[in-house]
Structure formats: C-alpha cells, structure tokens
Ligand binder design. Structure first.
Ligand code: SF4
Ligand code: SF4
Length: 370
C-alpha cells in the first residue's frame, strides 16, 4: 500500500502494537524529565508519547509548552537525533588475547534487536543518508554501523511546525519527507495521513483500520508543510558556499572564538557528524587488550594532533574547521554539504552561537532570521 490513506488518531496505538508484533522495539519522542526537552527513547505504547506539546527553540534555548491539542507530533525536532541508534557514542570493537604465544582476535559484534524509530523528521532522514554515505558507501564499510542500520525501521512524520532554529528548506532536506522511510505519517487534528515506502512498512500497516484519505485532508497536510517552509530562515544558497574558501582569514572567526567554549555540544547533537577516535584499553593481566571507539569532536585539541603537532591549535581554527568542513569541503567528499538544517547546533550551543546566522555573516549575507 503506498497510496495516501487516513488512520484515525485512536488507531495510533494499533500502529505501535503492529510494529512491536513485527519484533521491533519502538523508539519514539519522550519528554526527558528534568532536561526540558524531547529525546528518542524506548516507548511501550502511545501513552509514552508527548501530547499537546510544542517546542520553542532559539540560540541556546529549548522549552516545551502545552498547546492543549491532541497531537503527539506538534513539536519541530528532538534534542537528540537518531544518530546514536546507528553510530554508538561508545562501543567496544574487538578484543585480543595472547594464548600460547599466539594472538587471538575476538570480534565484538553485539546481538542487536530490531529497532523502529517513530517520529523521524525529514532533516533526520537526510542526515541518515549522509551517514550511510560515510559508513556504508566509502572505501571502508563499517560493520558496526551496518549491523544497526539493517535492523532499523523508520516511521517518519512530516513536520507541522518549524522551530525558529530550523532551516531545512534552504538545504533542500525538508520539511517534507520524500524518501528513506518505511512508513510516513502526516498528523492532522483528528488523525493521520499514512503512506508506506517499503514492503516491510506495507506489511506492518496491512491490518490497520485505514480509510481512503479525503482531498481536504491531503490539502490540510500540504498547507502544514507550506506553513513550515514559510516559517523558516535560510543558509546562504549552495551556489555561494564555495565563497568560504576566500574567507579563511575573515575576522569573524576570531569574534566567534571569543564566545565559543569549544565544548563540542554542536558536534554531539549534529545528526551528520561522525568523527570518532579509537583507543586501546589493555587489561592489567598483560595478556589481553580491548579496542574501543567513541565519538570525538573537531573542537577537541587532540582531534587534530598529527605528526607531533595540533593542526587546529585554537578555538578560532576549530570553529572555522567545523563550519568550513560542513559547508565547503564536505561537498568535495560526499557531493553535498554536511548540514541538513535541523538547527540543533544552534539550540544546544550554550553560548547561543547561531550557525546559520554566522554563515550568512561570513559570506556577507546578513539577516538570516525571518
Ligand atoms: S559553537 Fe557552541 S556548542 Fe559548538 S563548541 Fe562552541 S560553544 Fe560549544
Ligand atoms: S550543522 Fe547544525 S543545523 Fe546543520 S545538520 Fe548539524 S546540527 Fe543540524
């Protein structure tokens, strides 16, 4: 079934149960108690989803407020992306043991559960495609990422509201989901429009009490998406991003560095950042050692330690590296920028540094905010 159908709101729980009956644990948006945000966490049913909640985001700020509506997906995006479900922040890769004078290597491929993520946004699917290009389509194919990716079922929900930090329309990645989903929903007040993008998505929804969608419901969903587009700000157009090559000595980098704490929050929340480091953890028995991998950040000094020196010695150089890699050299590597316009690096920057606005200023395109 890939035509647009209508699913009443009362049947959302049945969709979650159908996914669980397919052997998946279900990850969905959950309010993080004490953190003030939404994060993708395991849910047991529809009762765990936020309801009537809208997010207010701005540089360095994320707040949830009740809207009084019955909607479960009336927020723009979650604090955490879906990245941790494919690229683990920390994991053991292998272990080696010395036995009778020989080294024996043991793979640490873990038993993985099938995982469905409910509430994925267009910017997150675009980011996943970028991570796929890095981990699955480059010269090295990462078996740890691949194993998780193959177990993933994606239930996307089109946005009905954009946060003040969103700019996915200008990167060409949203707000409408066009590919990469198994099941796609548009949330309306009374229920959902539902489409499937894969056979396994179609199997899961086959027995749900769907009805034909009316032309009025399809128009409402379209209007919501259009409203999202109109609410958004913009990055400079792709055709102008090559201009960063002439801006490496721009004084703005030093001004940003006066505010930037080099904390790496922006790279941690970014759904496309994949930098990591590997290290050994030898046991004290002298006969075994483990190899670990954890997420790293270009804001860490030792991330650029090469041949006895730190290539990016100060915050100025590290912020410049972060932005110019995303918006300039990433295109040479992967054929597109490394930014899908989710705005998380703006919201979760404790110094309130606005990535989109800074890009506009550096390329002399002021007035990023709408
Ligand atoms: S830009 Fe913001 S989030 Fe990123 S390292 Fe600097 S202070 Fe931290
Ligand atoms: S650079 Fe910022 S806005 Fe772009 S994808 Fe990463 S976190 Fe989102």
């Amino acid at each position: 079934m890939n035509e647009t159908r209508y699913l009443p709101r009362t049947a959302l729980g049945l969709l979650i149960e159908a996914i669980q009956d397919g052997g998946y644990r279900v990850i969905g948006p959950r309010p993080e108690i004490g953190q003030g945000g939404l994060a993708f966490r395991e849910i047991s049913g529809v009762e765990d989803l936020p309801q009537g909640v809208v997010d207010h985001q701005s540089p360095g700020r994320y707040r949830l407020e009740g809207s009084g509506s019955a909607r479960n997906f009336s927020w723009a995006n979650t604090a955490s992306a879906i990245k941790p479900y494919v690229f683990a922040p920390r994991e053991k890769l292998w272990r080696v043991v010395r036995k009778e004078g020989r080294l024996s290597f043991e793979s640490m491929q873990h038993e993985l559960q099938k995982t469905a993520i409910l509430g994925v946004r267009a910017c997150d699917l675009a980011a996943l495609a970028i991570q796929d290009a890095h981990f699955l389509e480059a010269t090295y194919r990462d078996p740890y990422y691949k194993a998780r990716r193959e177990k993933l079922l994606l239930v996307a929900v089109n946005c009905s509201h954009a946060a003040a930090t969103c700019f996915c329309a200008s990167t060409g990645d949203g707000p409408e989901v066009v590919s990469g989903f198994d099941i796609l929903l548009d949330e309306l007040d009374e229920g959902f429009l539902l489409r499937t993008g894969t056979t396994r998505g179609a199997v899961i929804v086959a027995d749900l009490p769907c009805e034909p969608a009316s032309s009025e419901q399809i128009r409402q969903a379209w209007d919501q998406l259009q409203h999202c587009r109109e609410q958004q700000r913009a990055l400079p157009p792709a055709s102008e991003l090559a201009g960063f090559a002439d801006k490496l000595d721009d004084p703005r980098w030093a001004e940003i560095a006066e505010r930037c704490l080099a904390c790496g929050n922006c790279t941690a929340v970014c759904p496309t950042c994949f930098c990591h480091r590997e290290f050994d953890s030898p046991a004290l028995d002298g006969v075994s050692t483990e190899r670990w991998r954890d997420a790293d950040s270009c804001f860490n000094a030792d991330h650029s330690y090469i041949a006895g020196q730190i290539v990016h010695p100060g915050t100025r150089e590290r912020y410049r590296q972060w932005m110019t890699h995303k918006l300039l050299s990433w295109t040479e590597q992967y054929g597109r920028t490394g930014c899908t316009g989710c705005g998380r690096c703006i919201t979760w920057c404790p110094a309130g540094i606005d990535f989109a606005e800074e890009a506009n200023i550096i390329l002399a395109k002021k007035g990023a905010a709408t």
